[in-house]
Write a protein that binds this ligand. Structure first.
Ligand code: PLP
Length: 394
C-alpha cells in the first residue's frame, strides 16, 4: 500500500472544532439558523474593510499575465517593503526590512515554515496549554516533539516556572500566542520579560539556543491591553503573522514570517525560512492578496463589534453565575464548565442548541471556548439557553 501512515492518521483524526461547526450547520438546516447558537469557529464576523475591495478592483486593471503571474517565492518586493515600513512605524525604526519577510498562505504556513526552518529530528518544542490544536500537527511533522506546559491555572498567563522546569537540552523553541486563542488572554510585559529571562538562563546553563515563535494573528484585536512586541524583549524570536483576523481575510490565505534583524542567527534563518517554504511548496503566496496588502497594511481593525459582543456575553454569563477569564484580546471567551468533564458539559449545552468547544481539544480539561465572532443577536438570543444550562446543574 502506498500510504504515509502519519498523514493518513492526521487526515482520519477529526478536528472537534470543525466537527462541531459541521454539526451546527446541519442543525441550522433542520431547525432554523436562529435556533442554533454556534460559538465554535474562529471565522471573523465583521467584513473586510472597504479598502480591500477597492484594492482588488484596482489590481483587476493590471494586465492578466501580471495579475495572475508568479511572484518571487518570498513575495513581491514592493509588498514586503510596505509591510516592513508599517512594522517600523508601529514598533520602531529598524524593526524589519523587506529582506526579513517571507509572505505566506496565512499563519498556518508561517508556523509550518518556521518549525521546518528551526528544528531537527529529536528536538522539542514547548507549547503553552491550552493551545491552538494545529500546533501539534505542525511541530510533529517538522520532526520535533510537542511538549505541553500548562498556563497558570488562575490567570492563564505563562507559568514561567513550569516552562523553566520543562526545558531540556533538546528544547529548541517555545510557541507563544498573544492575544491568545483559546483563552483571550494577553500576556503582560512582566510575564514576557520573565519568560525571556528564564530562556536566557536556560540557554546559558545548557549551552543551547531557544527560539520564541510568536504567533500573532490576533495582535490588533484587543480591548485596551498592551501587546508587547516580542523581538524587543527577546532577540532570538521569529514572528508569524496572518491577515485572517485583522483584515477578516481567512479564506484568502495571506500572512508572513518575520526574521527580525536583531535575531543572532538572522542570515542563516532567512535562508532556512526560504528553504522550508521551498521544501513545503509554500512559495509565492496568493498574488492578488499580496497586492492588497500593499494598499491595506495600515487599515485599522474594526474591533467595535467584537467589543460589543464581548460586553454582552460577559455581562450575560456573569449574571447567570458562570466563571470565565476576562478576555483582553482575540474573540474567544474561556468559560469554566459546570462539571469537571468538559465533554459532558458540552453534551448538555448541545442539547440546548448551545455549541461552544470543549477545552480538551486545546489540551486542557474543565473549560469551554465560546467564540464571540458571531452576530450580536446570536449572543443575546442564546442567554435563555445559557440560563437553562446553569439551572440544570442546581
Ligand atoms: N494560530 C492561531 C492561534 C489561530 O487561531 C489560527 C487560526 O484560527 C492560526 C494560527 C491559523 O491562521 P491562518 O488562518 O491565518 O492560517
Amino acid at each position: 500500500m502506498s500510504i504515509n501512515e502519519a498523514s493518513r492518521a492526521y487526515g482520519a483524526q477529526k478536528s472537534s472544532i470543525r466537527e462541531i461547526s459541521a454539526y451546527a450547520n446541519a442543525r441550522k438546516a433542520e431547525i432554523g439558523a436562529e435556533n442554533v447558537f454556534d460559538f465554535s469557529l474562529g471565522n471573523p464576523s465583521i467584513p473586510a474593510p472597504d479598502a480591500v475591495r477597492a484594492s482588488i478592483e484596482r489590481a483587476l486593471a493590471l494586465p492578466a499575465t501580471q495579475l495572475h503571474g508568479y511572484t518571487p517565492a518570498n513575495g513581491l518586493p514592493a509588498v514586503r517593503e510596505a509591510v516592513a515600513a508599517s512594522l517600523c512605524r508601529r514598533f520602531g525604526e529598524k524593526t524589519a526590512s523587506a529582506g526579513d519577510l517571507y509572505l505566506t498562505c496565512g499563519a498556518a504556513a508561517s508556523l509550518s515554515i518556521t518549525f521546518h526552518a528551526i528544528v531537527n529530528p529529536g528536538d522539542e518544542v514547548i507549547v503553552i496549554a491550552p493551545y491552538f490544536p494545529e500546533y501539534r500537527v505542525w511541530i510533529e511533522t517538522s520532526g520535533a516533539t510537542c511538549v505541553e506546559v500548562m498556563a497558570d491555572a488562575k490567570t492563564f498567563q505563562i507559568d514561567v516556572a513550569a516552562v523553566a522546569a520543562a526545558i531540556t537540552p533538546r528544547t529548541r523553541a517555545i510557541v507563544i500566542n498573544t492575544p491568545n486563542n483559546p483563552v483571550g488572554s494577553v500576556y503582560s510585559r512582566e510575564n514576557l520579560d520573565a519568560l525571556a529571562a528564564a530562556l536566557r538562563d536556560a540557554e546559558k546553563r545548557l549551552g543551547t539556543t531557544i527560539t520564541i515563535v510568536s504567533d500573532e494573528p490576533y495582535r490588533e484585536i484587543t480591548y485596551g491591553a498592551e501587546v508587547p512586541w516580542v523581538p524587543a524583549l527577546y532577540d532570538r524570536t521569529i514572528v508569524c503573522y496572518s491577515y485572517s483576523k485583522s483584515l477578516s481575510l481567512p479564506g484568502e490565505r495571506i500572512g508572513w514570517v518575520l526574521v527580525p534583524p536583531t535575531n543572532p542567527e538572522h542570515d542563516d534563518l532567512v535562508f532556512a525560512v526560504a528553504g522550508a517554504g521551498r521544501k513545503l511548496g509554500f512559495v509565492c503566496a496568493p498574488a492578488l492578496f499580496q497586492r492588497v496588502l500593499a494598499d491595506c497594511v495600515d487599515c485599522p481593525t474594526d474591533v467595535e463589534a467584537y467589543a460589543e459582543n464581548r460586553r454582552a456575553l460577559t455581562d450575560g454569563l456573569a449574571r447567570l453565575g458562570y466563571e470565565f477569564i476576562k478576555p483582553e484580546g482575540a474573540f474567544y471567551l474561556w468559560v469554566k464548565a459546570l462539571e469537571p468533564d468538559a465533554g459532558a458539559f458540552f453534551e448538555r449545552a448541545k442539547a440546548l442548541e448551545l455549541l461552544p468547544v470543549p477545552s480538551d481539544s486545546f489540551g486542557c480539561p474543565g473549560w469551554v471556548r465560546v467564540g464571540y465572532c458571531v452576530s450580536h443577536e446570536t449572543i443575546v438570543n442564546s442567554m435563555p439557553a445559557w440560563e437553562k444550562l446553569a439551572a440544570s446543574y442546581r
